[in-house]
Design a protein around this ligand. Structure first.
Ligand SMILES: [Zn+2]
Length: 340
């Protein structure tokens, strides 16, 4: 026990209350929220930051979780999760948003059965001509939308108690539509209340930099933002420009068919000393309701079987690989408020 008097003397000796909080902030362990509860950021391990378990493209108007049977999905997906776990993966970030097949109880079941950590999300998907947006996006304010997402963080999703570990939004390509601007503002407001990272399905750079401007105007650091599907931007200099703002650049379409493309970009990014802001993943999976046996499932292993060996041939060290698959995911998804 420390007496109040000696506690105050200690604070004064340390240079005041602010320095005590600063010192505390430095040692406080960072937390990441999975579908089975919070874990220390150091437990995240090798992570695939953009994959899908299930996606239903029917659209918000006809959206209905009755369209799939959890047992069928588990039967189909579990072997792929076991395969990637055997390849060395510890965590999968599931990027399927609400109204596109986000089924958090299914994710929890698959996490428990596979032994992988799985992270789910809150937010709405504004891409694809806004087909996946629920009607409230067009009638409510950014604050009202944020309150819905904040409630999922505080109380859990749909009464399950399962909490989101990040936000997944999506915007239209090109200059942002009104709805896309509103989603980005709602994401900023949610970030300031929850510390959840904002992953936005964006594509080419023009929309990404408009999103970054909105976040900054709302008092959110670009370090809280993941530019998803950045690989669709063909001008390499835009990656460097984004890295300089602190934004996470997500090159997340790795497949057996495009390994050399990724090797080329990653070698250049290493040369430019920018690997510390780069995330990689496959955007693979997924069980698709309405298709026989869930359709053609794409495996989650190209990074392990193809990309890593190719990068090592080009001089990537184990430390570089760890940066991309362990350190950056941990930094990107640790829940904390980031202000400029
Ligand atoms: Zn995706």
């Amino acid at each position: 026990m420390v007496s109040r008097r000696s506690f105050l003397q200690t604070i004064i000796a340390m240079g005041g209350i602010n320095s005590v909080f600063r010192a505390h902030a430095q040692v406080a362990p960072q937390t990441i929220m999975t579908v089975t509860g919070p874990i220390g950021a150091d437990q995240l391990g090798t992570s695939l930051i953009h994959e899908h378990i299930l996606v239903d493209f029917i659209g918000a108007a006809k959206y209905d979780p009755q369209r799939w049977n959890d047992d069928d999905v588990v039967k189909k997906v579990l072997p792929y999760l076991q395969e990637v776990k055997n390849a060395g993966c510890k965590t999968i970030v599931d990027c399927t948003p609400n109204y596109l097949g986000r089924d958090v109880q299914l994710l929890q079941r698959l996490s428990k059965q596979s032994g992988l950590s799985i992270i789910t999300n809150t937010g709405y998907y504004g891409g694809s001509d806004e087909k996946f947006l629920p009607p409230q996006v067009f009638t409510e304010s950014a604050n009202e939308l944020a309150n819905r997402w904040i409630a999922e963080w505080e109380k859990g999703i749909d009464g399950t108690g399962i909490k989101p570990g990040f936000m997944k939004i999506s915007v239209n390509p090109g200059h942002l539509s009104q709805a896309s601007r509103k989603l980005t503002e709602a994401a900023a407001k949610t970030h300031l209340r929850t510390g959840l990272t904002i992953a936005s399905h964006t594509g080419p750079a023009i929309a990404a930099f408009e999103e970054i401007e909105i976040l900054k105007s709302q008092g959110v650091s670009p370090e809280a933002f993941i530019w998803v599907h950045a690989q669709t931007e063909t001008n390499f200099d835009e990656y460097l420009k984004a890295v300089r703002t602190g934004t996470w650049v997500s090159l997340d379409g790795v497949a057996d068919s495009n390994i050399q493309e990724y090797v080329l970009n990653l070698v250049r990014l290493k040369k430019e000393k920018s690997l510390h802001r780069i995330l990689i993943s496959h955007d693979a999976g997924w069980y698709e309701p309405g298709k026989p046996d869930g359709g053609n499932f794409r495996k989650y292993t190209s990074i392990f079987s193809q990309l890593i060996p190719s990068l090592k041939e080009k001089g990537f060290t184990n430390k570089d690989i760890e940066q991309l698959l362990v350190v950056n995911p941990r930094e990107a998804f640790a829940v904390r408020v980031r202000k400029p």
